[in-house]
Design a protein around this ligand. Structure first.
Ligand code: DX5
Ligand code: ZN
Length: 223
């Protein structure tokens, strides 16, 4: 496994041949599969659920599946995703009345747990739960759609979270999601991210390996 993870968002894949798309993007050098779950309630779009996650596992996908839940309420669907083969499950604090309980629920079902922050969501939600986190996901767009532009203030937020993680001493991945591409990944990496979601930047191009290789060489320049 690479130190920095490229996490293609299958939201921008061709759903008519999803298994093949996931195989191809993993063969092209992706580390994990980013799986966006939307409910037309918490966010204004509707996507895929546990059945599709299970189908990817049955298809033979063995890479970690990083399930980003944009649904409210969130607790009821967590056991279903664990059973369907999710590896990491992240949710938004606004979608859970009891954040600590939801994190524990994810862990009790054998998955890694993470909390996701919208661009306007304050970081104080991190205050008392760092010991329960395997991942922090910062949104650099407002969730709901692929293909939006990176919101620059996410860079400062990344630096703040990087400091919090380093000071905590816990082993927590720092993931960025929204508008990531070969042109901005270098400064995103420099701001402290180690896990990079990219949907349209990868699936919108014919050669996935070329895009992922470019992303890695740009990241390397960040030192
Ligand atoms: C947005 C999703 C993202 C999205 C990223 O709500 O969480 O994962 O698919 O897409 P791009 O990389 O196209 O911004
Ligand atoms: Zn996402």
């Amino acid at each position: 496994m690479n130190e920095n993870w490229i996490a293609p968002s299958i939201l921008s894949a061709n759903f008519a041949k999803l298994g093949e798309e996931v195989d191809n993007v993993l063969a092209a050098g992706a580390d994990i599969v980013h799986f966006d779950v939307m409910d037309n309630h918490f966010v204004p779009n509707l996507t895929i659920g546990p059945l599709v996650c299970e189908a990817l596992r049955k298809h033979g996908v063995t890479a970690p599946i990083d399930v980003h839940l944009m649904v409210a309420p969130v607790d009821r669907i967590i056991p279903d995703f664990a059973k369907a083969g999710a590896s990491i499950i992240t949710f938004h604090p606004e979608a859970s009345v009891h954040i600590d309980r939801t994190l524990q629920l994810i862990k009790d079902h054998g998955c890694k747990a993470g909390l996701t922050f919208n661009p306007g969501t304050p970081l104080h939600y991190l205050d008392h739960i760092m010991d329960k986190l395997d991942m922090i996901l910062l949104m650099s767009v407002n969730p709901g759609f692929g293909g939006q532009s990176f919101i620059p203030s996410a860079l400062d937020k990344l630096r703040q979270v990087r400091n919090r993680i380093d000071e905590s001493g816990f082993n927590i991945r720092l993931e960025i999601d929204g508008g990531v591409n070969g042109s901005n990944i270098r400064e995103i990496k420099a701001a402290g991210a180690d896990t990079f979601v990219a949907g349209s930047a990868i699936f919108g191009k014919p050669d996935y390996k070329k895009v992922i290789d470019e992303m890695r060489s740009e990241m390397a320049k960040a030192g």
